[in-house]
Ligand binder design. Sequence first.
Ligand SMILES: Nc1nc2c(ncn2[C@@H]2O[C@H](COP(=O)(O)OP(=O)(O)OP(=O)(O)O)[C@@H](O)[C@H]2O)c(=O)[nH]1
Ligand SMILES: [Mg+2]
Length: 380
Amino acid sequence: MSVRTFVAPTAREGLARIRAELGDDAVVLSTRPHPQGVELLASAYGELAAPVEQAPDAASGSRILAELGRLRGLLQNQLAGFAWSAGRRRDPARVGVMQTLFAAGFGGALARTLAARLPRSRTGESARHWLRQVLIRNLPLLPAEGDPVRQGGAFALVGSTGSGKTTTLAKLAARGVDLHGADGVALVAADAYRIGAEAQLRVYADLLGVAVHAAADANDLARLMPRLAHHRLVLIDTAGFAPADPRVPAMQGFDALGIRRLLVVSASQQGAAIEQALVRFGQGAAGCILTKLDEAPQPGPALDGLIRHRLPLAYITGGQRVPEDLHRPNAVYLVDRALKGGQIATPFTLSPEDWPLAAGVEAERADPAATGSPVRRNAG
Ligand SMILES: Nc1nc2c(ncn2[C@@H]2O[C@H](COP(=O)(O)OP(=O)(O)OP(=O)(O)O)[C@@H](O)[C@H]2O)c(=O)[nH]1
Ligand SMILES: [Mg+2]
């Protein structure tokens, strides 16, 4: 079977040429953009249907298998595209929900789940309103009475390197001093083996007038904790690790010492890095602190992770200033920030003409008349 390549200024002209040269029943296997317009791969129907005349030898057998595999890929590509365009025609509101979420950096798993739950009656503005409300309702927040600083107890700040643990701990400590007085708060540097880590904490402790202790390892920490029991709030700074670091699971050992973990996640990280942090550090954590919102043009991936993992948000931070840049989370603000992030034009955002391509229907791109006007990317 021979597959031929045609290049034409438009898909329509390409199809006309294919028909002229290969016959009316020629099969278009795929199309894709080309600097001169569009490139089409096509085969005459008769050739496609032609039976294999002789038993193939081993070499030609594997060539046939390879060709069949390629054809299967092309076909899947086309079918995915047809499904996309059928879905878009049948249910533009549902597709619009997915596009809004993708543009804001939310992932496919959550986008598909939410789009599937969009009530039939919701379209246009009403669908956008529904999406915003669903995100707001599903973003888990620690209630005010569960505020770790107000409630008191021992909390270890854990998370990836540089996520903002020590700076956030200083902000929490300042808040703790406001609520419980300097005597009510103690700090522990549990990453004492790192040069400068304890010194960084001591600077904040001195500024706030609170006690600071160092724990070289888990045994040290176990010995220290009972001695700090009279403090209303004990904040433990830990060393940052990459989520895949083999030392991370040992942090679950804090639980046995009565220390609750607060996962510190930078909102400006990639979705995949946030997901790893949630999976590796977040198991059994009491809550999450989302940092660096001031640096995150698209906090969508972070909200996506919190919603899927049901990890409640305790605080957010939006700057380096201690103690000013620490706030209790507000779901309306965060969801609106995330959806607004979807309106930023970046080279990483899919544009309307990329959507069918991403779904596999390159053919539609070349012939917009066949599908009607493209769905708006941003539902704002
Ligand atoms: N823009 C911005 N910067 C922040 C925020 N929180 C922390 N930082 C900065 O991020 C950098 C790292 O902060 P640290 O608090 O040292 O982070 P860490 O998690 O303790 O780092 P390691 O202990 O090395 O794992 C510092 O320059 C902080 O000032 C924030 O909310 N916004
Ligand atoms: Mg630190």
